[in-house]
Ligand binder design. Structure first.
Ligand SMILES: [Fe+2]
Length: 318
């Protein structure tokens, strides 16, 4: 298809690709909990195809409608360790509490059934910088030379939220406090490095910043192999970069992407709100499922259902 825009059936949506391999802008929709079935189906199909979709001018969306829109895609889930401040699922992604996300990662991969989708809404954007990048991990897998695919499919990786293990660098007191909350329960989960996507059937690389080590490899070997595979994720051709405006919403398939919040807006306020939608337990190319190594189960959060608590029955997120 040569055209860059497509209009979907039975809805007024227009979908325009941003990059060749990832990202599309959806226009002609006012997000919220009252969308009709055809529109929701078109949005879901678009995010599965383009991995991340962007909606401009959604200033009307408040915390409740943000969550209500999320419910159309699945069950909203709470962060497993960071408590909700207002009894809602929306998770603050601000740069004022040390929660900077300038590392490539998929959300919450330190638990087995990590979120299928994340929906991020921009409330306050800085005058410059603070863009977010996403990378297509299915394209990264597809671009691997055959010997590296074979290697990747044989590997499993241990993901943890224990920053001391992942990034032992000295940090500010503020950041240390945030990390204390973030790591109040230390999770370790072993995932396959190549996951079969439960909806598209695509194979995707499951790596990112929460990955601490590859099972069965020593530290330096593990870092070297991860570096080779991760470099395919981060290839510019596999990425898209979004410059936020107030009212923008980004919806991504957290199972087929990594993202990176660029930390270059100095001390300007940047306030985004994230709702995450329940996922299921990953299954590797060899049919083996992910395994929670510790603790024995995902504890109940103060509010609602914890991300990762699903036992991963048949497509619990749909
Ligand atoms: Fe994130």
């Amino acid at each position: 298809m040569t055209s860059t825009a497509s209009v979907t059936k039975n809805t007024a949506l227009t979908i325009e690709k941003v990059g060749g391999r990832i990202g599309a802008v959806i226009s002609g929709v006012r997000l919220g909990g009252g969308l009709d079935e055809d529109t929701v189906a078109a949005i879901r199909a678009a995010v599965l195809e383009h991995k991340v979709v962007f909606f401009r001018d959604q200033q009307h969306l408040d915390a409740d409608e943000h969550e209500a829109f999320g419910r159309l895609l699945g069950e909203p889930v709470a962060h497993p360790t960071v408590p909700s401040v207002d009894g809602r699922y929306a998770f603050a992604v601000d740069n004022d509490h040390g929660g900077r996300a300038n590392q490539w990662h998929s959300d919450v991969t330190f638990v087995p059934a990590f979120p299928a989708f994340s929906i991020l809404r921009a409330e306050v954007v800085p005058p410059y910088g603070g863009n977010t990048l996403w990378a297509n991990t299915a394209a990264a897998y597809a671009g691997l030379p055959e010997p590296l695919r074979v290697l990747a499919e044989s590997l499993r990786g241990v993901h943890t939220n224990d920053y001391a293990a992942v990034r032992p660098n000295a940090v500010s007191a503020e950041l240390r406090q945030f990390r204390q909350v973030f790591t109040s329960t230390k999770f370790e989960t072993e995932h396959p490095v190549v996951r079969v996507h439960p909806e598209t059937g695509e194979r995707v690389l499951l790596l990112g910043n929460f990955l601490q080590r590859l099972s069965g490899l020593r530290g330096s070997d593990s870092r070297a192999v991860v570096g080779v595979l991760q470099s395919h994720v981060e290839r510019p051709e596999n990425t898209v970069r979004w410059q936020w405006r107030t009212g923008d919403v980004a919806l991504w398939d957290n199972r087929a992407t990594q993202h990176y919040g660029v930390d270059d807006s100095d001390d300007h306020e940047r306030t985004l709100r994230r709702v995450t939608i329940d996922g299921d337990v990953p299954v590797g190319a060899d049919g083996r499922r992910s395994l929670l190594l510790s603790p024995e189960s995902v504890p109940e959060p103060a509010h609602g259902i914890a991300s990762g608590a699903s036992t991963g029955g048949a497509l619990t997120e749909v």
